[in-house]
Design a protein around this ligand. Sequence first.
Ligand code: GLN
Length: 311
Amino acid sequence: MQNLLNDISAQASAEPDKGNVATYIPELAGIDPNQFGIAIALADGQVFTAGDADVPFSIQSVSKVFALALALGRVGDQLWQRVGREPSGLAFDSILLLERENGVPRNPFINAGALVTTDTYLAGSSPREALGELLRFVRAAADDDSIHMNEKVARSEIATGHRNFSLAHYLASHGNLRASVDKVLGTYCHQCAVEMTCRQLALAGRFLVDADDMLALVSIERRRRINALMMTCGHYDGSGDFAFRVGMPGKSGVGGGILVISPGRASIAVWSPGLNRYGNSKLGTEAMELFARKTGWSVFGVPHMQIEGDV
Ligand code: GLN
């Protein structure tokens, strides 16, 4: 496994086309695209890393996975009255379908749907309390109390987040937000501004693997369902492509991170800030494609299958 990660990291670093760093959040625009990290946490907690796996990055939309778990913990299946479970086939920040579908977003991983999940775990508490709950969840999953939010990134997004404000107002006009637009956006942008290293994110993702010590955070059934949504919706209009190339549930963020789950086996975090045309990490996706090919770890494959050698 260590050799494989070293090879993947070397290959990614040698790739001349790194994709484009997100610029619409000013604080993220200056990140050096020449960075690549990967970490894998096995179900038993053993960790392997390569490249810049200990450099913190903004997890952005990867946070929507933790937010969904919290929202489901709060209201259970009632959440599905306010947000759907279908891929949207559109960009993460699109407003198109909201009008046609009466303010019910397609899924919890596009921005409109994530605003509803944030509103759900925010219900009845202050943004500070809600964000404290989110951080407690992430820290417990990763078993690491040093994980924090980057205030500058959050403020930078709040100051320029006209699209997300529009989405939130649209949801509110359909009665699909309980808290005020300002509170929801403040909470959402702070949630997206959580920073983690690949090592921390891989460990935090273990709550979506069959790890016995994680059952307090999410039930087996919910874990399975969150993984299903990651597979179908975790990469927006690039979800089909990611499933085709990697064959494992994943959730991306515009910070360049991707969390990938091999159910029963491992949680994998990969990071490189340059994005492809869907807004997902370019090198991260390519690295995961190579990883899947080398290990044979696909949810669509035979469980014991290993394609190229013994890892
Ligand atoms: N905070 C970002 C936004 O709302 C998250 C988007 C993403 O990572 N795809 O635009």
